[in-house]
Design a protein around this ligand. Structure first.
Ligand SMILES: [Zn+2]
Length: 866
């Protein structure tokens, strides 16, 4: 018996030992709890318990301790190499431990290169198989992260024959905590509320985190969507590391409800992604499932497969590999959410959850090597099948780009590069279907390339699904979230140079002006430029009407929203302004033109009354229990990282203490706000005195129900409800699931002459909805800024009844209330940090909102009959 086992038995604290006696699941808690079957271990390698000073499961391991243990394994063993692959917002390192035999470690770079070669060719079959184990993308699902300490120890210290064979024939990369910021948020919560003895009552504070909880990353995003979107440093680091190794197998350890058991793949068969070759679903998942089942049977743990969890979205940790000829696996363990929690059977211990995850991880290693030939076949078939599909595709390439928005265009180019999708410069200007794409300002993505499935996932708007119950959004075509002009090439084409490095906008040097500077509002980073200028004391204006100017002898036209910075009408000297303008141009990566006259070639002159001075925004957002942390986090992230604007986040229960007069703008994202009437009255008075209230989704419904605005919701049942049919009980989930709107892409018609629509060149705008806030178009002809057309669906799943409800409803309304106004969004314009297109509407609401006056109109019409 190894030192680990004997230490484990004596290492239990007295209280822990006491309650263990009362738990049947752990009644035999002994040294061999985690490793039934035992084995021989290298005594020079400390067990997690020896290193940490407590038995796993009795404390939530702080992230710095996890990192320290991994470093120690690297220091003590020639089987392990520690690597930092990134850093979180809160400055925690994102780390990986690479484990293989010492002989393999000595030639690890050669192995990596040979392995990548093997991907689609017949070379290198003798090289070790590469797999990856990841955990804790959700910070408050600790059993996965804790289990990787055991997995790493086992692989580094075990002297067993099976383990030595694994190490000779495999490279195992372990990413112990994918979301370190969230994990530590949860660790602190669970540890600070831990009682001695443990309190298993589910209502105890230990088991009920306060808002926003540890699931998310620093900006309250769900990081398990970021494998595809790579909005955050975490996602960027994982994906970069993934492509460095392209593992055959990636497992992702998660947790689910306390009363559940354990889940492993195969997943829900009706929600497999239809573009991924089916060998993965029909062959690999069932094969691996047998090993997982065996590992759970052996320790008596209950489990389920083929239910609940889907494989559709390309950006889960358990699905990303599927799009690159690998196999992603999901483990979901019922959560003790704390150290010990009651269930409908016996209390669940953290140690029990760790053991299941650890056993599943070992089963993964075992299965991967046993099924090596099948994994190699899977990848070769993958490239052959997708290659044939690409060849047959009627679409040969996609071309995209917005000439006036280098930053938004670059962001999509760079996202393609992150996923190793090939992108090319244009060989020539292209005109097609009324759209023009200029060389240098637009890019081409050919269909025939190794990462054909990513190209489809990026650009295809409609994939046919065989299911209507979605765990998550059913549409993610990023070309629509960027709202970039694009076209499909169906004839042979010539391509220019391949884009090799990420695009960074490099604006031309700004020339000094004694008169004025102008900035095109179409550019995504114009919002950053405006706030930077305002924040450094410049007076900034915006043109409410278009104009054209002569610049260096050439005519150049400027659309609605163009930013004007006069030189003399400033509190700062012309030289200081020039320095500031130059600095702004560099910081935002945006061109600034110097002009010498107000006189326009056409349209308004720069001194027109239609050029209005912008008020610097002071933004307040309500957060706290009941508020959508995702939506609030998206606002926070957007303003922080893409505008450089501070935003005050106030608990809505504290709103009574705020002096609203110091803010220009109040943001209320979806949520349940139980604000008392006097507070609601204060918000109303503040809006009437000139404030701008911006609401999303259910906050929009709340504002309407509170009577803050005269705007209305659609009558509850526009689409006629059929008579209630009898439905078999067993079918309830299917019938009800169809009614949910989990996320699809819609079209809206946007008034691009309205300040909220400034910066858009096309009235047809793609937007995302995962909700049914149905705004009635305004009685005022000027207030409905965005409205869905009669056939609004672009891509994704929505039931026919719901589609009827969305058709012709308003998506965005501005309503004047006294001196102020309300901006009512029926949707979330900032979804997951990737909706670059509709972000502009939000920028407009923040930066121009205070300048919107709502025209009065005479309503001579009869009250509309319903
Ligand atoms: Zn999870």
């Amino acid at each position: 018996m190894s030192q680990f086992f004997s230490r484990y038995a004596t290492g239990f604290s007295r209280s822990l030992f006491f309650w263990l006696l009362w738990l049947p699941a752990l009644a035999n808690a002994q040294a061999s709890y985690f490793y039934p079957g035992g084995g021989k271990f290298n005594p020079a390698i400390p067990t997690p318990e020896q290193f940490l000073g407590y038995p796993l499961g009795s404390y939530h391991t702080r992230y710095d301790q996890t990192v320290a243990y991994y470093k120690e394994l690297d220091r003590l063993s020639d089987r392990a190499t520690f690597e930092v692959i990134g850093q979180t917002y809160e400055r925690r390192p994102i780390v990986v431990l690479t484990i293989t035999s010492p002989a393999n470690q000595a030639r690890i770079e050669d192995i990596r290169k040979a392995h990548l070669q093997r991907g689609s060719t017949n070379t290198g079959d003798g090289e070790p198989l590469v797999i990856q184990i990841g955990a804790n993308v959700h910070g408050n699902e600790p059993s996965g992260g804790e289990s990787t300490l055991l997995s790493a120890y086992y692989l580094v210290a075990s002297e067993g024959e099976e383990t030595l064979n694994w190490l000779n024939q495999m490279v195992v990369n372990i990413n112990p905590v994918l979301n370190p910021d969230g994990r530590d948020r949860f660790n602190n919560w669970a540890n600070m509320h831990k009682g001695t003895p443990y309190v298993a009552d589910p209502l105890d504070r230990e088991h009920t985190e306060v808002w926003p909880g540890g699931r998310m990353n620093h900006y309250w995003f769900d990081p398990n969507r970021d494998w595809f979107l790579t909005v955050h440093p975490e996602g960027e680091a994982w994906v970069k590391f993934f492509h460095k190794w392209r593992p055959y197998v990636v497992v992702d350890h998660h947790e689910m409800g306390t009363n559940s058991t354990f889940y492993f793949d195969p997943g829900k068969p009706t929600s497999n992604n239809p573009i991924v070759p089916e060998g993965l679903y029909n062959n690999i998942y069932p094969r691996f499932g047998r090993y997982f089942a065996e590992s759970m049977n052996k320790i008596g743990s209950m489990y389920f497969t083929k239910e609940v969890f889907d494989k559709l979205y390309p950006g889960y940790g358990s699905s990303y590999a599927n799009f690159f000829g690998g196999a992603g696996f999901l483990f979901e363990q019922a959560s003790s959410r704390g150290h010990l929690q009651e269930t409908t059977t016996i209390p669940l211990t953290l140690a029990f959850t760790i053991r299941n995850q650890f056993q599943a991880a070992l089963a993964t290693v075992r299965a991967s090597l046993a099924e090596k030939a099948e994994l190699i076949k899977l990848r070769r078939d993958f490239y052959r099948i997708t290659g044939e599909q690409a060849k047959k595709s009627p679409i040969k390439a996609y071309v995209f780009g917005e000439a006036n928005d280098a930053n938004r265009t670059n962001a999509l180019v760079n996202l393609c590069l992150t996923h190793e999708v090939e992108v090319y410069e244009l060989d020539n200007n292209i005109s097609q279907g009324g759209k023009k794409f200029d060389k240098g300002k637009a890019y081409l993505v050919p269909i025939e390339q190794p990462n054909y499935l990513m190209v489809r996932s990026f650009f295809e708007k409609a994939i046919d699904y065989s299911d209507s119950l979605f765990y998550d959004a059913s549409a993610w075509s990023v070309i629509h979230s960027f709202n970039l002009p694009y076209t499909e090439l169906r004839a042979p084409f010539a391509k220019g140079t391949r884009v090799a490095v990420p695009k960074v906008a490099a604006p031309a040097q700004v020339e000094q002006s004694t008169y004025a500077y102008v900035i095109d509002w179409a550019d995504y980073s114009a919002a950053k430029a405006v706030y930077h200028l305002q924040n450094h004391g410049a007076i900034v204006q915006t043109a409410f009407k278009p104009f054209s100017l002569s610049l260096g002898g050439n005519a150049r036209s400027y659309s609605y929203g163009t930013i004007v910075i006069p030189v003399q009408q400033q509190k700062i000297a012309p030289d200081s302004l020039f320095r500031l303008v130059k600095e702004t141009s560099q910081a935002a990566g945006i061109p600034v033109q110097a002009v010498g006259s107000s006189l326009a070639l056409s349209g308004i002159d720069l001194g027109s009354n239609a050029v209005r001075t912008l008020k610097k925004p002071e933004v307040l957002m309500l957060v706290g229990q009941g508020v959508s942390a995702y939506e609030a986090g998206e606002v926070w992230h957007l303003l922080d990282t893409r505008v450089g604007m501070p935003i005050t986040k106030i608990e809505w229960t504290n709103l009574g203490r705020a002096n609203l007069n110091r803010y220009t703008t109040l943001v209320m994202v979806s949520g349940t706000y139980s604000l008392d009437k006097p507070i609601v009255d204060r918000i109303k008075a503040w809006v009437n005195a000139g404030g701008t209230l911006i609401t999303f989704k259910t906050a929009t419904e709340w504002a309407i129900k509170q009577g803050l605005t005269k705007e209305k919701l659609m009558a509850p049942d526009t689409a006629k409800n059929k008579k209630p049919n009898r439905v078999d009980y067993d079918n309830a989930a299917n019938v009800e699931g169809v009614k949910a709107v989990n996320g699809a892409i819609f079209e809206m018609d946007l008034d691009i002459t309205h300040p909220l629509g400034f910066g858009f060149s096309d009235r047809k705008v793609s937007m995302f909805r995962n909700n049914l806030t149905l705004l009635k178009p305004s009685e005022s002809p000027y207030n409905t800024v965005g409205q869905h057309p009669a056939n609004p669906l672009i891509g994704g799943y929505i039931s026919k009844d719901n589609l009827k409800r969305v058709a012709n409803s308003a998506a965005l309304i501005v309503s004047g209330e006294g001196q102020g106004r309300m901006v009512l969004f029926a949707f979330n314009p900032n979804f997951r940090g990737i909706w670059y297109g509709t972000n502009k509407l939000f920028f407009n609401a923040i930066l121009f909102g205070n300048n919107i006056t709502v025209p009065s109109f005479e309503n001579n019409e009869q009250e509309e009959k319903e």
